[in-house]
Design a protein around this ligand. Structure first.
Ligand SMILES: *Cc1c(COP(=O)(O)O)cnc(C)c1O
Length: 373
């Protein structure tokens, strides 16, 4: 089976984890601090705060900005604008903070938030905009930043899929408050893990308290906090993975270019591309099957029969998920998100693929979608 994702943990990375296990300190300690410093430097911001998932990073970032009724000072009724086409955590964490998500549509050229629809989505209750860098391509963060500055809003970047990506020289996670995930299939993994990046020392300091029971001094609970701390073995793996990230992302980029070349003549599908100014992190290589859901699902099962795994990220926009329907979002009209959920299919591009694997993937896609098939 050619898998969609294949976490790579080489000998030296395994060694780093073993050293952490033997060090006598398993919970948050010096390796977490070292990973934070290295990650902040990589992204190009002064502060990084490690947590134990990307979900924890998003939740903590919202709370550290005082958004939602779960933070000590926030007002109930806070709204946070999120794109409807993303992983559920993008919106779930808004609910977890005690705020309401306001869903907006995406644009089909890069699957990211449609900045044209933002201004009309802003209400007096809006506190923040979450921009997602879907599949590894940075959303129009400079435009969102400008809008946030104009309306006094917080900009949170859901950079879970975009570690190593950038737009016009701005690294993912350096324009707003960055939230990263180090889940097993992400470009950099610690098994489970996450990171918040920020230019704001106050936000960083508050995030550190929130990840650890709201304590600034041991056993003095100043505000509501959680246990979102990262472990030492996880941080050791993260540090070792960071050293190899650029090389692995280059492999993803080469694999994406190769697939684009092999699929170039296929007019049944739309292949993904970098929009101008982007360095795409190529977390996913996502094609669109123009004929829609039925043809897409047929392609996916035919690929499976040929030993190729593919995944639909995501089969439905978030506002159409059962929870969000119950909360009253089901009737929202977000046509691009709804259509793309029927067309998208992510193919393998991970760094461990061989040239033959890529050929097999492209051959299978081309033969299954051929007009006489
Ligand atoms: C992976 C992911 C998250 C959540 O990260 P976890 O580490 O799984 O909690 C959030 N948003 C997006 C877009 C993701 O891909």
């Amino acid at each position: 089976m050619i898998k969609l994702a294949h976490p790579i943990v080489e000998e030296d990375e395994q060694q780093a984890v073993l050293e952490a296990l033997r060090s006598g300190q398993l919970a948050q300690g010096p390796r977490v601090a070292a990973f934070e410093r290295a990650f902040a430097e990589y992204v190009g911001v002064p502060h990084a705060v490690a947590v134990n998932s990307g979900t924890a990073a998003l939740h903590t970032a919202l709370l550290a900005h005082d958004i939602g009724s779960m933070s000590s000072g926030g007002d109930a009724g806070d709204e946070v604008i999120v794109p409807a086409f993303s992983f559920a955590a993008t919106a779930n964490t808004v609910l977890q903070a005690g705020a309401r998500p306001a869903f907006v549509d995406i644009r089909d050229r890069d699957f990211n938030i449609d900045t044209e629809s933002l201004a009309s989505a802003i209400t007096p209750r809006t506190r923040a905009i979450v921009g997602v860098h879907l599949y590894g391509q940075v959303c129009d963060a400079p435009t969102i930043r400008a809008l946030c500055d104009k309306y006094g809003l917080i900009f949170v970047e859901d950079a879970a899929q975009a570690v190593g990506g950038s737009l016009r020289g701005h690294n993912a996670g350096s324009i707003g408050t960055g939230c990263f995930s180090f889940y097993a299939t992400k470009n950099l993994t610690t098994g489970e893990g996450g990171m918040i990046t920020t230019n704001d020392a106050v936000v960083a300091e508050r995030a550190r308290a929130i990840r650890s029971q709201g304590e600034r001094t041991r056993y003095v609970t100043e505000e509501l906090g959680w246990n979102y701390r990262m472990t030492e073995p996880a941080a050791a793996l993260g540090l070792a993975q960071l050293a190899k990230l650029d090389a692995r992302n280059r492999r993803r980029r080469e694999n994406a270019a190769r697939l684009n070349e092999l699929l170039a003549g296929n007019d049944r599908i739309v292949t993904p591309n970098e929009t101008p100014g982007q360095v795409h992190a190529w977390h996913q290589y996502t094609i669109r099957v123009k004929a829609g859901r039925e043809a897409r699902d047929r392609l996916q099962s035919a690929l499976h029969d040929r030993g190729i795994e593919s995944v639909v990220f995501y089969p439905a926009p978030i506002h159409q998920q059962p929870l969000y329907r119950r909360l009253g979002y089901g009737d929202l009209e977000l046509p691009v998100a709804t259509r793309l959920a029927e067309e998208v299919l992510s193919l393998p591009i991970h760094p461990a693929l061989s040239g033959n694997d890529l050929l097999a993937v492209a051959d299978a896609v081309n033969s299954v979608t051929a007009p006489n098939n």
